[in-house]
Design a protein around this ligand. Structure first.
Ligand SMILES: [Zn+2]
Length: 210
């Protein structure tokens, strides 16, 4: 069966099954959303936010891009962040990287044949340059990718911590936690690498090499 047709049929089956368990589910969801989490993840098809956290519709406000980047010059990311913090007033922002990330791996070289992708990967190369002493000492690109995945997620969280939109929330006294998580494709498990709540002495943005 053609993929789009199969997805449409699966949707019908899913909606029917949800309604059989909870007839008012969609009516309630249609009225409003009140997620407590903004999820900033990678676009990778193997890291579906709701599925790997067993979350329901309404639980996660989601932004995904290649290699889960947080860039102030990205109007898509910034509008999602602003809406999540100022309208939805989420209490958590999770930046979720994952092992085996193709975007992070690709950043180790140039990909001129994919100019849009290559331009975005410059943001990861900045993280690499800031940690080149540690990364250059690793044996091979697999090890470098694995470590850079972690450093990248942490760097994006530190970047968030320095943004006026986030500082404003913390200055107002509202609780907001920023998390850097890593997902393992091989085990299906998430692990936390950093959590900032605005009281941390190290909540300032990580300096990035130019
Ligand atoms: Zn990825």
């Amino acid at each position: 069966m053609e993929v789009a047709k199969r997805l449409m049929l699966e949707n019908r089956a899913w909606a029917t099954e949800v309604l059989s368990r909870d007839p008012d589910r969609f009516k309630r969801l249609a009225v409003r959303q009140a997620p407590d989490v903004l999820w900033i993840g990678c676009s990778d098809s193997r890291v579906p936010a709701e599925l790997i956290t067993n979350a329901d519709p309404g639980d996660l406000f989601v932004h995904r891009n290649i290699a889960n980047l947080v860039c102030e010059d990205d109007p898509n990311l910034m509008s999602v962040l602003q809406y999540a913090l100022e309208v939805l007033r989420v209490g958590n922002v999770i930046v979720c990287g994952h092992q085996g990330c193709g975007g992070v791996r690709a950043s180790l070289a140039r990909v001129p044949e994919l100019p849009h992708v290559d331009a975005r990967l410059d943001k990861i190369r900045q993280v690499y340059r800031a940690h080149c002493g540690e990364l250059d000492r690793l044996d091979n690109d697999d090890a470098r990718t694995a470590r850079l995945v972690e450093l990248n997620a942490i760097a994006q969280v530190r970047k968030l911590a320095g943004m006026p939109l986030v500082r404003k929330v913390w200055d107002s006294g509202r609780a907001l936690r920023l998390h850097a998580w890593i997902y393992s494709l091989e085990t299906g498990l998430l692990e936390e690498r950093l959590c900032l709540d605005g009281t941390d002495a190290d909540a300032s943005p990580e300096p990035l090499a130019a």
